[in-house]
Design a protein around this ligand. Structure first.
Ligand SMILES: *[C@@H]1O[C@H](CO)[C@@H](O)[C@H](O)[C@H]1NC(C)=O
Ligand SMILES: *[C@@H]1O[C@H](CO)[C@@H](O)[C@H](O)[C@H]1NC(C)=O
Ligand SMILES: *[C@@H]1O[C@H](CO)[C@@H](O)[C@H](O)[C@H]1NC(C)=O
Length: 248
């Protein structure tokens, strides 16, 4: 339904880990996947509530999501647009890295992180107009889209970038594969606040959540991809690659 053609515009991410001094390396050696997983998990669980200037990270939980635009043309030309503006995403603190590859001395090699999450909720103002599974839908107000038991793999590729005599990892591409076991929708104030219509529509969306998720999955994945890309690129652009890790 929503899927396929969409635009995603997301501005900014900066998180924060306070216990590190700006020039401290992360406490891991190059390519030490277990250590890197542990370090990233501690960032998520203990420090996601604050920004971490030393890693060029903004507050991660909740994470400000400036704008997501989902545009879905349909055969009949009606389609659907769904916009989220100035939303907050909750749940990054419960993400856990369960596998790491790459991050060795050769920064041109592929890098990946495998993560599991409990819930990820996107909460805040929405605007929707169009059709969902053949039913007309319209409205604007506050929404809460919650994905449960997510599994994701983030793959990065990059190239060395020389700047002021130092080598940085310039992250050039990020691929995200994300699956949620279930998803729930809550749109307040649908149909100009018509409560009966709105309640019915929310019930309908949640009864058909798997079908709708299949249709929206690509768009949601795209939106999350944009978030992670900004975040990760920022971390590596901020500090020379060698200064992110400890020497042997
Ligand atoms: C680094 O990795 C890239 C991509 O896998 C490879 O093409 C290149 O030969 C490697 N460089 C070194 C010095 O091993
Ligand atoms: C969503 O945003 C796009 C791009 O700004 C706009 O063209 C569209 O009309 C918006 N849709 C709704 C329902 O507000
Ligand atoms: C969003 O919805 C989920 C699932 O219903 C709920 O657990 C969570 O508390 C809600 N979040 C907010 C900020 O309302």
């Amino acid at each position: 339904m929503f899927g396929i053609a969409f635009t995603v515009i997301i501005i900014g991410l900066i998180v924060s880990a306070q216990a590190l001094f700006p020039e401290d390396p992360v406490p891991c050696k190059f390519g030490d996947g277990k250590c890197i997983a542990k370090f990233v998990n501690s960032l998520f669980s203990r420090r996601s509530g604050e920004a971490d200037p030393s890693l060029n990270l903004r507050r991660l939980d909740p994470l400000k999501v400036h704008r997501i635009v989902i545009e879905q043309p349909s055969d009949s030309g009606v389609g659907l647009t769904l916009n989220f503006t100035d939303n907050l995403m909750y749940g990054i603190k419960d993400l856990r890295v369960v596998g790491v590859k790459g991050f060795g001395k050769n920064l041109s090699e592929p890098h990946s992180l495998k993560m599991v999450g409990k819930t990820l909720s996107l909460v805040g103002p929405y605007k929707i107009n169009g059709k969902v599974l053949i039913l007309p839908i319209s409205g604007s107000g506050n929404s809460n889209i919650t994905m449960s038991n997510t599994k994701s793999v983030v793959r990065l590729s990059g190239q060395p970038l020389e700047k002021d005599g130092e080598t940085y990892l310039d992250v050039t591409d990020l691929k995200l594969n994300m699956k949620a076991e279930s998803i729930s929708f809550q749109f307040a104030n649908l149909f100009n606040g018509d409560k009966a219509l709105g309640d019915n529509m929310n019930a309908f969306l949640n009864e058909n959540s798997q079908a709708i998720y299949q249709e929206t999955r690509a768009a949601l994945e795209r939106a999350f991809r944009g978030l992670f890309f900004g975040l990760i690129k920022g971390v590596f652009a901020h500090r020379p690659y060698a200064k992110l890790f400890q020497e042997e």
